[in-house]
Design a protein around this ligand. Structure first.
Ligand SMILES: Cc1cc2nc3c(=O)[nH]c(=O)nc-3n(C[C@H](O)[C@H](O)[C@H](O)COP(=O)(O)O)c2cc1C
Length: 352
């Protein structure tokens, strides 16, 4: 029996299968608002059969955007547009999730198709913030280090964002603590050189994240799943490591986090990642041994590959990114190739 097409209950939420659409920025909003692009894009993947669709990194404050085109959730004005997306996803039998994010020192960039470089302050960019005065690229502007008051405000911003996500009808929140964005910057000793309670030893470096998790949990219904995406390693000597991630996973489990979404890298500009199919699976497999649910992601493009990962107990869900951009109907093809049952939209039954 296919594991990929078995249901997964997390708290009171049931995923119809273990295929999760990985959060992927569309850089297509104006002033943070969701629009028709987002509705059609996410709606297609829900129609296409994914079990959970996680809406892209959505910024909890304006300077938390990677680009001016990022989605926002820092004001109640955003709820209506997001609600439409969550509602449509649910009407197609998938579960709607949203990734709450702050870009930290990697914010203020042009959209990728305009080069992706950091924008000047006179070109629509903004002053970035970070744990310490260390830019991501050596020639980026020096980020402004946060004081404890700023950190408190950002924890409140994540809490308010969680409340808005609930009001918009999402059923899963993923906190973005990966890829070198703000929360990851605090975790890694290579980007966090603070000497206060948010820097130094492991317990101090994870404090911002754990406080964000507690704040989000306080606004998020107890029956709804909470995921955290991490970069399981910086792929750099002296940086955040798999051992740190394993220790962090145990702490997060104690704070009622349900699933660790195991990615890697993104915090050190010249780190070398061994990109090959399933290269991040070992992280998920190791972190899962702590007893928390895990998701794996990265160059997973084949049904058999996804099925094996789950059969071998290396993850509980498989997140698919670019393959779902190429093919929103990946789940239907995967079900067919695995000989698994999958419900089709009634409108498409003649194509089954
Ligand atoms: C266009 C694009 C946008 C992305 N945006 C996000 C994002 O918003 N949040 C995130 O955590 N990862 C983001 N990622 C990373 C993906 O979620 C995923 O981890 C990565 O693409 C590897 O999976 P894949 O090989 O299946 O694509 C993005 C990737 C792509 C290609």
């Amino acid at each position: 029996m296919s594991k990929l097409f078995s249901t997964l209950a997390v708290k009171k939420i049931i995923l119809r299968n273990r295929i999760v659409m990985s959060p992927m920025c569309q850089y297509s909003s104006s002033d943070g608002f969701a629009n028709d692009w987002h509705l059609v894009h996410y709606g297609s993947r829900a129609t296409g059969g994914a079990g959970l669709v996680i809406v892209e990194a959505t910024a909890v404050s304006p300077e938390g955007r990677i680009t001016p085109g990022d989605l926002g959730i820092w004001s109640d004005e955003y709820i209506t547009g997001l609600e439409r997306i969550a509602g449509f996803i649910h009407s197609k039998g998938a579960v709607a999730g949203i990734q709450l994010a702050h870009a930290g020192r990697k914010g203020s960039c042009a959209v990728p198709w305009k080069g992706g470089k950091q924008l000047g302050l006179d070109k629509g960019g903004w002053q970035t913030i970070a744990p310490s005065e260390i830019p991501y690229f050596p020639d980026d502007r020096i980020p402004r280090p946060l004081d404890t008051d700023d950190i408190g405000k950002l924890i409140s911003a994540f809490r308010a964002a969680a409340k808005r996500a609930r009001m918009a009808g999402f059923r899963v929140i993923e906190i973005h603590s990966a890829h070198g964005y703000l929360l990851h910057e605090f975790l890694s000793p290579l980007s966090n050189r603070r000497t206060d309670e948010y820097g130094g030893g492991f317990q101090n470096r994870i404090r911002f994240l754990t406080r964000v998790v507690e704040a989000v949990r306080s606004e998020w219904p107890a029956e709804n799943p909470l995921f955290v995406r991490i970069s399981a390693t910086d792929w750099t000597e002296g940086g955040w490591s798999l051992e740190d991630s394993i220790q962090l996973a145990s702490v997060l489990k104690g704070l009622d986090v349900d699933l660790i979404d195991c990615s890697s890298g993104g915090n050190i500009f010249d780190a070398v990642l061994p990109l090959e199919p399933g290269y991040q699976v070992p992280f998920s497999a190791e972190i899962r041994k702590t007893g928390i649910l895990t998701g794996t992601v990265g160059l997973i493009t084949q049904a058999g590959q996804a099925e094996s990962i789950l059969q071998e107990g290396k993850a509980d869900v498989v997140l698919i990114g670019r393959e779902l951009l190429r093919n929103p109907y990946f789940p239907f093809h995967a079900a067919r190739s695995l000989g698994a049952e999958h419900e089709w939209p009634v409108q498409y039954l003649r194509a089954k």
